[in-house]
Design a binder for this molecule. Structure first.
Ligand SMILES: Nc1ncnc2c1ncn2[C@@H]1O[C@H](COP(=O)(O)OP(=O)(O)OP(=O)(O)O)[C@@H](O)[C@H]1O
Ligand SMILES: [Mg+2]
Length: 374
């Protein structure tokens, strides 16, 4: 049922450098705030803060014929860093949008900070910070002005605002750029300011949708330093999407999503352990002889195009035992530990990289770069 609500707009007064909210004419909105009697859920045993930050149960989203999210279920613990990993079009952003009340689930339920996203959208929004996939800063305002604008929208108490702005800017190392226009920021700095902005109203859960897309490796590393620091200092639960395997390694748990389905969920190490053991590849002066010597010494070795591949529990410690078992000269040794690429390949039958580089992805990267240059 559509219901009429009063809408508010945020007005900027450039001479005073202040923002305020004002009411405008009633508008029709699609969200029904009724059924407010629905139970809050998932509190700790002593009834205080929720111990589970997010609980998703058989959540689905259809866009017409497209099944963007297909009956996904998982939980995220408070204070956890949780990554949604998957290729373009996997359904990561759609999932985040449903959790952030920006898209309505077609079926299933989602609780954020103990509240049903469809029944308590306003309350959910107060508990979360969101960094969108696309950059959303006002380029013509300073860093501080962007933060003040956000503070008004999220009702940050005036007496706390100044300290809070200084705090979040310090967290992302931008204190000295407070008075600078965003248009003078690099892409990485702008992204870090967006994270600072998302933290301004002290959210319990921070959603980051591809926070590092289009950034160079050094800036990505800086961003991660910020994210892990704020998790530690502000006890924020971090839920992020990425299709960078190395980035997903920072997470305590990874949910691999493909074609709207949750195909694996565990810690990076346990996911890799599912795929298999380490392997050591060697090239020798006489591979057939080396193979027979290794087999005779009890190694699980096989001849491949790349050389002899030996499966071992721990590649680093096995190398000296392998060499000791051989009478022939060894010209090259390569140790391979299972990677998240292997995990993705294991579960989907294709490499995540094969599915990257679509026009959508590239245009987003360029749009991000353009935004940073404006
Ligand atoms: N507003 C929309 N209307 C119609 N289809 C949509 C809409 N948003 C997403 N989709 C479709 O839903 C599917 C999942 O898209 P989504 O944006 O969630 O993927 P993603 O995993 O975030 O991908 P990417 O890595 O490219 O950001 C895609 O097939 C996409 O085309
Ligand atoms: Mg996305």
């Amino acid at each position: 049922m559509d219901i009429a609500k009063r809408a508010q707009v945020c007005i900027y007064n450039p001479s005073k450098g202040t923002f305020h909210l004002t009411n405008v004419a009633p508008i029709q909105v699609g969200q029904d705030d009724s059924n407010r009697g629905c139970a809050m859920a998932i509190t700790s045993t002593n009834g205080s803060e929720p111990v589970i930050a997010v609980k998703v149960d058989r959540l689905s989203k259809n866009y017409g014929e497209i099944r963007a999210v297909n009956g996904i279920s998982f939980e995220v613990g408070r204070g956890e860093v949780f990554a949604l990993l998957g290729p373009n079009g996997a359904g990561k952003s759609t999932l985040i949008k449903m959790l952030c009340t920006l898209a309505k689930p077609s079926s299933g339920t989602a609780f954020v900070s103990g509240m049903d996203v469809t029944k308590y959208p306003k309350e959910v929004r107060r508990h979360i910070g969101l960094v969108f996939q696309e950059q959303t800063l006002d380029q013509q305002l300073t860093a501080e002005e962007n933060l003040k604008f956000h503070a008004v929208l999220y009702h940050v108490p005036k007496d706390q605002l100044s300290a809070r702005i200084d705090r979040v800017l310090a967290l992302v190392d931008l204190s000295d750029r407070k008075k600078d226009l965003v248009t003078t920021f690099s892409g990485g700095m702008a992204r870090r300011l967006e994270i600072a902005r998302a933290l301004l109203h002290t959210p319990a859960i921070l959603f980051l949708d591809e926070p590092t897309v289009g950034l160079d490796p050094q800036t990505r590393a800086l961003m991660w330093r910020d994210v892990l620091q704020l998790r530690q200092e502000e006890q924020v639960t971090v839920i992020l999407t990425t299709h960078y395997m190395d980035e997903a390694e920072y997470a305590e748990r990874i949910a691999i999503v493909d074609h709207g389905n949750l195909i694996a969920l565990d810690s990076p190490d346990r996911l890799k352990a599912i795929v298999g053991t380490d392997s050591v590849t060697i090239n020798t002066a006489d591979d057939p002889k080396a193979l027979s010597e290794l087999s005779g010494s009890g190694f699980d070795a096989k001849a491949t195009e790349k050389g002899l591949v030996i499966s071992v529990a721990n590649g680093a410690t096995a190398v000296s035992e392998i060499i000791a078992a051989l009478s022939v000269a060894v010209s090259q040794v390569v140790i391979h530990k299972p990677t998240l690429d292997d995990v993705f390949m294991h579960f989907t039958g294709s490499e995540i990289r094969d599915q990257q580089g679509t026009s959508g992805e590239m245009s987003r990267v360029f749009a991000h770069m353009r935004g940073a240059r404006r």
